[in-house]
Design a protein around this ligand. Structure first.
Ligand SMILES: *Cc1c(COP(=O)(O)O)cnc(C)c1O
Ligand SMILES: [Zn+2]
Length: 465
């Protein structure tokens, strides 16, 4: 019943081609640009207040209302209630964190961390995967594929194993994926294809393979995935009693999240459900800084949809000429050709956004601070905290402003980086982190080595405790 009220639409205002939601597409058939999922809001009659959603809190036994994604079904209504797919995603936490706030330079009570690592597969990707699986089921797909730096594949593999709706095929670059993530894909039973090359190579190949074999693609070029990821912002608002914060800070990889957040706020504002749109800060790793380079340094803007394609093409040609590959300890954002670049630039326009880059040193120090504050996160996630710190230092974010940093993935996804940061073994530190330009571990919590002797153990505890 919802289907004719939702449709896919090319993001280029000059084109504006539309397609049914039953079509499987990752690009506009007319001009090749990205697609949005759009709704006929006038006929859908969405809720007139965000408080409407509070009624579902009492219905936790209904799986689609327990889901932190489908609790907000009325704001992503492209499928009927019966066809929604959930594995219990979106039970995430918005935590006030004064310790990390002080590190960033914010006053007490001003920083909240959105722990998306608490999703079933350990990253925010589950928000999008439930939405993509729901769409895939509508289209009758039997196989799904993705290229991944790790978390998309872990999520796809999990949804495939739990729901048995589609077989999972994942493409990963060689040696580019952390053990935590790889172990998930293998154990959940996904067909795992390791490509000689990096993520950008794997991404290019998987699009061709999906097209040729008719496999459903669940990377974030899939517009339905981003619908699910809008709900991260709905839950942030929910936790803040529906009052928008001043800033949302998020790491930028393929730029699906930042794009989804921009769309979420644009829609909420248009529907009169919020009266103010938060500002958005997207944080690149300095070793994978395409967005920063194009937006902050070269002035790329949305420009009412007339984006300067030449500027982008020139930059990518430079990357090729210099044989420049993405390189950062934050493997989840080790991406030089973000597929959602144009949508993200639009989101920056909607949210009066800024883009910054942070070094691997900044990222690991911020990650140690997040961990010391409890729960923890993986390296890519900590880019948000490192970026917020930089923006406070610059005076772009005021110490009184209310900031939400999105922590995209779970701490246990990448223990290699964490152990190397805290190790007392200098050789090991240098081997894992030295090549990344990381020179010191300012917040290392070193293990204390003691002989197997009661007195010496007691002495060590008294001395260090
Ligand atoms: C995928 C991922 C990102 C990057 O998100 P994009 O939407 O691709 O920008 C960041 N952090 C983690 C942990 C991820 O898994
Ligand atoms: Zn088009």
């Amino acid at each position: 019943m919802f289907q004719e009220l939702a449709f896919q639409k090319c993001i280029s205002p000059a084109c504006g081609a539309t397609y049914g939601v039953d079509e499987v597409r990752v690009a506009c058939g007319r001009c090749g640009d990205l697609l949005d999922v759009e709704y006929d809001w006038d006929r859908l009659q969405p809720p007139d207040s965000l408080r409407y959603f509070e009624q579902w809190w009492g219905q936790r036994r209904v799986p689609t209302r327990f889901s932190g994604v489908w609790r907000f079904h009325e704001l992503l209504p492209y499928a009927s209630t019966e066809s929604l797919v959930t594995v219990g995603e979106g039970q995430t936490l918005l935590q006030q964190s004064d310790g990390v706030g002080a590190y960033i330079g914010l006053k007490s009570g001003r920083l909240h961390l959105e722990y998306e690592g608490m999703n079933p597969s350990g990253s925010f990707k589950d928000n999008g995967m439930s939405a993509a699986f729901t769409h895939a089921r509508l289209t009758g797909a039997s196989r799904a594929a993705c290229a991944s730096t790790g978390n998309t594949s872990a999520s796809l593999a999990m949804y495939s194993a739990v729901t048995r709706l589609m077989k999972a095929v994942i493409f990963i670059g060689s040696g580019k994926i952390s053990y935590g993530k790889l172990s998930q894909a293998l154990e959940y039973g996904a067909l795992t294809v390791q490509i000689e090359g990096d993520f950008d190579d794997a991404m290019a190949r998987v699009q061709e393979v999906s097209r040729d074999l008719g496999i459903y693609l669940v990377n974030s070029v899939n517009p339905f995935r981003l619908e699910g990821q809008k709900t991260i912002m709905f839950r942030v608002l929910e936790a803040l009693n529906w009052e928008p914060p001043d800033w949302i800070v998020v790491p930028g990889g393929n730029l699906g999240n930042s794009s989804a957040f921009g769309k979420a706020f644009a829609e909420l504002f248009k529907l009169g459900l919020i009266s103010r749109v938060p500002r958005l800060a997207v944080i690149n790793a300095s070793g994978a800084d395409t967005l920063y380079e194009l937006v902050t340094r070269r002035g790329l803007r949305w420009n009412r949809g007339r984006i300067d394609k030449q500027l982008i093409a020139d930059y990518y040609r430079e990357l090729d000429e210099r044989h420049k590959k993405a390189s950062t300890i934050a493997s989840a954002i080790e991406i030089n050709r973000p597929v959602n670049l144009r949508k993200c630039v639009r989101a920056l326009e909607v949210c009066d956004g800024v883009v910054r880059q942070v070094t691997d040193q900044d990222i690991l120090d911020a990650k140690a601070q997040v961990g010391a504050g409890g729960f923890g996160c993986e390296p890519a996630s900590a880019a948000s905290v490192a970026g917020a710190k930089q923006l406070v230092r610059e005076g772009v974010i005021g110490p009184d402003e209310r900031v939400v940093c999105v922590l995209t993935g779970h701490q246990l996804k990448d223990p290699t980086a964490t152990v190397a940061y805290h190790t007392t073994d200098e050789e090991h530190f240098k081997k894992v982190l030295g090549s990344r330009g990381v020179e010191r571990a300012a917040f290392a919590n070193h293990a204390v080595a003691v002989p197997n002797d009661l007195n010496q153990i007691i002495q060590a505890i008294e001395q260090h405790g």
